[in-house]
Design a protein around this ligand. Structure first.
Ligand code: PLP
Length: 394
């Protein structure tokens, strides 16, 4: 008999996953080239050649006892130092190895942060639309997720409502920029305003509110837009990073958490998050991948390929008559459904072999998410199908 806590998970098993399975079924039926699967954020750009070289070289040259062995629960010290130095070069920060904990992707990074800071009943604020797993992660530690309604004009965070929703129980606010599912990048002005609210509330309530910056899409930014590094604006910022998208390694499960010295109770928090890595069962991030990252720390994915997809899909869909904010980052378009019930629109899309994810999977009904991390041909060939789909609604 499974636990009460797991039962809701079984009921609400992820719509994105179900869509993925539907894609596999349709591809078997009609051929992969005739299915336009925009459902999953699985990078279409392969990992850089340097990653492959690093794996081969490490396996051939490193002492296997070290390479495949246990290490500190925070990860190899030299790897953390290498990443810290890379961040310092790029963002003018002053991190050292002690500020980083290697994690099993961003998912695990967020979990160890939340495990380290949450008492039962503590509140964590998120801005809709948001990556729905945040709710699962917060509930893992008996926290309470508090949603701020979307500002659908800009999809920048609704700061007025944030201020209203902060209470003495607020332990953290999660932000994600570049953003899944809208592709917006939070401007420096927004980050400054957000930081000012958190500072003021901390003073007023005499509490500590952590800002958790979930950044798997940091490197995927277009049009030369700057993605501000949040620790520079607000001392109690903790960063969760991942190489899933930036180096196309989602299955390898590698990322890190940054806890700056300036964060409240930093030394204890680092220790708690490191132990959380162990006691949550991850123990440490995959050892081979840690070493690969140290060698590929300044490698970049082919952002231009995603940008080409972004332009083609955005221009194609808006010319057909769809409404969508132009994304400046990540690899998603968040398109307004032509009918309020976006699930009906998603269903209709399946008739044309178009797979989309309903916005309600991101706590924002009335919209659909298209992941454009697909081949360019898929995008071009999907446009006549979108035209037929649009004809049913416009
Ligand atoms: N956060 C957001 C916003 C995501 O979109 C994802 C994955 O798609 C994750 C976290 C989890 O990433 P990872 O594969 O590093 O666990």
């Amino acid at each position: 008999m499974i636990s009460e806590k797991m039962k809701p998970f079984l009921k609400n098993s992820s719509a994105i996953r179900m869509m993925f399975e539907e894609g596999t079924r349709l591809k078997a039926l009609y051929g992969p080239e005739n299915v336009f699967d925009f459902s999953l954020g699985n990078p279409s750009v392969p990992a850089p050649e340097a990653v492959k070289k690093a794996i081969i070289d490490l396996v051939n040259t490193e002492d296997p006892v070290v390479l495949h062995g246990y290490m500190s629960n925070a990860g190899f010290e030299d790897v953390r130092q290498t990443i810290a130095e890379s961040l310092n070069r790029r963002f003018g920060t002053a991190f050292a190895a002690r500020n980083l904990i290697m994690t099993v992707g961003a998912a695990s990074g967020l979990n160890i942060i939340l495990k380290a800071i949450l008492n039962p009943g503590d509140e964590v604020i998120v801005f809709a639309p948001y990556f729905l797993e945040y709710g699962s992660y917060v509930r893992n530690y008996d926290g309470v997720l508090v949603e701020v309604a979307p500002d659908t004009a800009t999809f920048q965070p609704n700061l007025k409502e944030l201020a209203e929703k902060i209470t003495a129980k607020t332990k953290a606010v999660i932000v994600n920029t570049p953003h899944n599912p809208t592709g917006v990048v939070y401007s420096e002005e927004t980050i400054k305003a957000l930081s000012a609210i958190l500072e003021e509330k901390q003073k007023e309530l005499g509490s500590v509110i952590y800002l958790i910056s979930d950044e798997p899409y940091r490197e995927l930014a277009y049009d030369g837009v700057e993605v501000p590094y949040l620790t520079k604006y607000y001392a109690n910022t903790v960063v969760g990073y991942s190489y899933s998208k930036s180096l196309s390694l989602p299955g390898e499960r590698i990322g890190y958490v940054v806890i700056p010295d300036e964060a409240d109770g930093s030394a204890e928090l680092i220790q708690a998050a490191t132990i959380a890595n162990r006691v949550s069962g991850s123990v440490n991030a995959p050892s081979l991948m840690q070493k690969v990252i140290a060698r590929c720390v300044d490698e970049q994915t082919d952002v231009a390929a995603y940008d080409k997809n972004r332009q083609a899909l955005y221009n194609g869909l808006t010319q057909i008559g769809f409404t969508c904010i132009k994304p400046q980052g990540a690899f998603y378009l968040f398109v307004k459904s032509p009918v309020p019930d976006e699930k009906a629109f998603v269903e209709a899309g399946k008739k044309y072999n178009i797979l989309m994810v309903p916005g309600s999977s991101f706590a924002c009904p009335g919209y659909v998410r298209l992941a454009y991390c697909v081949s360019y041909d898929t995008i071009i060939n999907s446009l006549p199908q979108f035209k037929k789909l649009a004809a049913e609604f416009f």
